[in-house]
Design a protein around this ligand. Sequence first.
Ligand code: ATP
Ligand code: ZN
Ligand code: MG
Length: 504
Amino acid sequence: MRGELEAELILSQPPPGGHAALERLLPGLAEEALSRSLGKGATGRVVSWTLEGDRLTLTLTADNSRAHQALLALARRLREELGRREKIGVRSLRAIRYRVGFDVPEPPTGPVTLPVPHELRFDGTAATLDLLDLDEEALRDNWSDRAVALVDEKVRRQHYRGKEQYWKLLSQSPQRELTFHEDPTEAMLRRNWLKNGPTKGKWYLGPLPAHLLRTMERIAVEEVLRPLGFEEVIQPHHDSFDILLRTGHLEGLPGEFYYVTEPKSRDPADWERFTDLVKITRKVPEGELAQLVSPPVAVSCYAQCPTTYWWLSGRTLAQENLPLKIFDRAAISNRYESGGRHGLERVDEFHRIEPVYLGTPEQLLELRKQLLARYAHVFDRILELEWRTAWVTPFYMAQSGEVGVEDETQRVKGTIDFEAYLPYRGPRDTAEWLEFQNLSIVGDKYTRAFTIKAQKGELWSGCTGIGLERWLTAFLAQRGLDPTGWPEGFRKYAGELPREIKFL
Ligand code: ATP
Ligand code: ZN
Ligand code: MG
C-alpha cells in the first residue's frame, strides 16, 4: 500500500516571515512527524509545499497506509510552533486529494462504487483510489482505511456473487417413517387454528397453536437451558443504532429491519390537524403523519444477542461467573422478509429464545458439546424429528481461511445449522430442509466490539437461536396436526390441549 496526500492548511493569517520563515520550520517538523507516525521500516516525505498568503498546500507521500496520520501529526506540530512563535493558528486542514494504491485479490468484474467523492481506477489487480476533499475529521477517523477495505470487500463480493454458503454435513438422525405430507400452515389455516396477521408476515395464533408454541418453549427451557445452568434475562425490545453499528448488523442488514420512529411531540395541539382529518375522512392522513413523527431512532429486535452484549459492555466478568450462560425470550424478533415469507416458518415476527454464552475458548467448546447433546435428546427423544446438523460458513470466510471447514479440528469458531426435513417439500434428498435453529461460537468478535473482558485470559462468546415457530413447523410438518400421531414425549409435555374453536 502506498499513499500520496495533497493537503491544504488555512492559517489564521499569513506568517509575517512568509515563505522564508516556514522554510526554516517545516522540513524539520515534517521529518519528525513522518518518522513518528509511519512506523518502523516505512518511509515517506514531504515532496513539495507552497505558501500563498494564509494558504499552505503540501504533498506528502508514504509507502504505507499512514500518510494521513503523518499529516495530522505535522499539522499538530505546526499549530504548536506557529502558535508559540508567531501567534498564528491553523484554521482548517483538509486533504484535497488522497491517493492510495493497493492490490485487490482479483481484478474486478464490474464497476465499484463508493458513497464519498472519489476517483477509482484498476489496472488488473492494482487499484488506485483517490479520495477527494477529506476534512480533518474524516482524516482522523481513518476513512481512507475503511474506503480501501470497502473496495476490497466489493471486489471480493463480485467474485462470490451467486455462490452459496459453504455447507458440510455434521450429523444426521435416522430416517423416520413420516405419513403427513401437507404444508402444516395450510392445514392449520383450514382448521382455523391461526389467521394471517393484520400486517405483513405476522400471524394470530389461536389457543391451540399458541399452546403448542409455548410447549416448545417449555421443552427448550426445561430440557436444554435449565439443565445446563442458563438463567433468564428480560431485555428491551428495541435496539439502538449504536448497538447495531458495533455489531456490524447496520451495515449488513439494513433492508431487513423494522424501523422505530417516535412522535415528534405528544402535545394534542400538535396533532390537532391530524386527528381532525381522521375524524372527517376516516382514513390515515399519511402525509400529515410523516410530518409528525421522527426519522427512525431505533430498530425493532432483529436478534437478541446484540442487546446482551450492550448490557455487558465495558464490564469485566468475574472468574466465578464464567462461563456466563443467559437466555432471553422476552424480545420478539421482527424481520422484513419480503419475498421470502412463507407460512409460519418464514415470518416477519417470530418468537425466539436466544441463549448467549461468554467464557474461555475451552469453556465454550465444552458448552457447545453439552448443548449439542441436550438438543439431540430433545429432537430424538421428545419431538422424534428427522433432522441433521451442518457446519455452515459464508463463502468468503471459507475462501479466506477465516473459518476452517474441512478439518474437524479447525471447526472452532463458526456456526452449526440444525435442519429438519419437511415432507411437504418433496423427497428428502432433493427438497430444501428447514433451518430451525443454529448454534454459533463467534470468538472475540463481540467481546472486543463491546469491550467485555474476563478477570483473566481470553473471553469468547456465542449464541444459539431457538426459533419457536420453526420448531413448531418442523414438528407439525413431520407429525401432522392430529395428536394421535405425536410422540409420547411431546404429548406428555403438551398435556391437555385447548379445544378447537368452531366458527359458524
Ligand atoms: P434463514 O437462513 O432461514 O433466513 P437466518 O440465518 O436468517 O435464517 P438467524 O439470523 O441465524 O437465521 O436466526 C436464528 C434463528 O431464528 C433461525 O435458526 C430460526 O430458527 C429463526 N428465524 C430466523 N428468521 C426467521 C423467520 N423469518 N421466521 C421464523 N424464524 C426465523
Ligand atoms: Zn445471536
Ligand atoms: Mg434470514
